[in-house]
Design a protein around this ligand. Sequence first.
Ligand SMILES: Nc1ncnc2c1ncn2[C@@H]1O[C@H](COP(=O)(O)OP(=O)(O)OP(=O)(O)O)[C@@H](O)[C@H]1O
Ligand SMILES: [Mg+2]
Length: 433
Amino acid sequence: MSTQTLQGEIVVGLDIGTTKVCAVVGEVGEDGITVLGVAQVPCRGLRKGIVSNIDWTVRSIKDAIEAAQTMAGVEIRTVYAGVAGSHIRSQPSDGVAAIAGGEVTRADVERVLEGARAIPVDADRQILHVLPREYTVDIQDGIRDPIGMSGVRLGAKVNLVTAATSCVQNVIRCAERCDLVVADAVLESLASAEAVLSEDEKEIGAAVIDIGGGTTDVILYVDGGIAHTFVIPVGGNNITSDIAAGLRTPMAEADRLKQKHGCALGRMVSEDEEIEVPGVGGHQPRRTARRVLSDIIEPRVEEMFAVIRKRIEDTGLLEQLSAGAILTGGAVLLEGMPEFAEEILGMPVRLGYPTGVRGLTQLVQGPQYATALGLVKYGAQAIADAENRAPSPPVSLIRQKVSAKRAQVVEEEKDEAPKPQGNKIWEWLKAAF
Ligand SMILES: Nc1ncnc2c1ncn2[C@@H]1O[C@H](COP(=O)(O)OP(=O)(O)OP(=O)(O)O)[C@@H](O)[C@H]1O
Ligand SMILES: [Mg+2]
């Protein structure tokens, strides 16, 4: 992949999550990405990663964008938006193309990828990404970057990520209602992996597990490429609901208790520790053993990791994940998460904190910022790739795409405006009666 970047290009990542909307503004220069602004606003407009209330979501996006704009001192018009939810599917596909001039060019690669995406997709679904796994040139396989290689026949093995069109459109619609243009809708786990995974880990095989409030997004890397991805509709909010029901306390208090005193592994909590549990419906607060809290949390976390392990086993790729699992997303801040995950997944586990940026890094340090920051990294790479495809004149294809979309929005607005024909009918009615 290319590393060419533009001096001073502003790239904004917009993570519309189940618990919060997070906007990160990055400036992409020759020396990498500098974070200029970050804003996080609570959001109640999504259920399990899918927009369920447009108005609430729009309000949170507006607030987040406004705050991020003020901090960064730039006007935000274009964003890279995240998409998640259990409607996401990943399936293998392949393509073949003749190598036009005897040596593989970027155009040949684009053609073979076009071929790989030409498979029937249900009418209510759309292709979100075509993720190359490996190329073949004639009889040689396992090629990561075929450009410049000699041969007559180029093949590509890819993973197609598809999503329910309505879910993607709702994300785009929410952003457009905030006068934003979505440069690209990006799979959230792909973005998170961009933020927390090293090139070495991609190479030797790793699973990135992003446990948010409503979803757990998993992406598997094997031999440097994306081998599989899936989303499970369970997250930290399920743990909170269990606590609220188990300790009979309001959801907000249950979340606070989880974050402050929660532990995923009961045996890490000593028997004599006590916590205060606020009552619900006017009942007095009461004291209880901290162990009771972890006894509620443990079975849910165990179930989550057992499901993840089973889903990974089903792909047949478990043995190839030599670097183990990288846990990210807000819910992995729960004490005892990595230890418990290691036990159930049966592989090495580390926590994934976003890295590889400069500027206001302390504001995007937590694992809950992995997706938003990863969206900025994804956007920066997309712009660099587009620049490389069209080096002269240096006009970014992404910007062209953006202006095309803006033009389309303007056209639609024009369509929605009252038509002069309506006035003619009014004139006719006036004349007739
Ligand atoms: N210190 C903490 N300990 C335990 N859990 C935490 C902590 N901080 C945040 N969480 C949990 O993390 C979850 C939110 O994580 P995150 O911000 O990654 O979710 P999201 O991106 O809004 O949701 P999703 O990705 O599922 O759409 C909530 O369930 C919250 O309770
Ligand atoms: Mg998230």
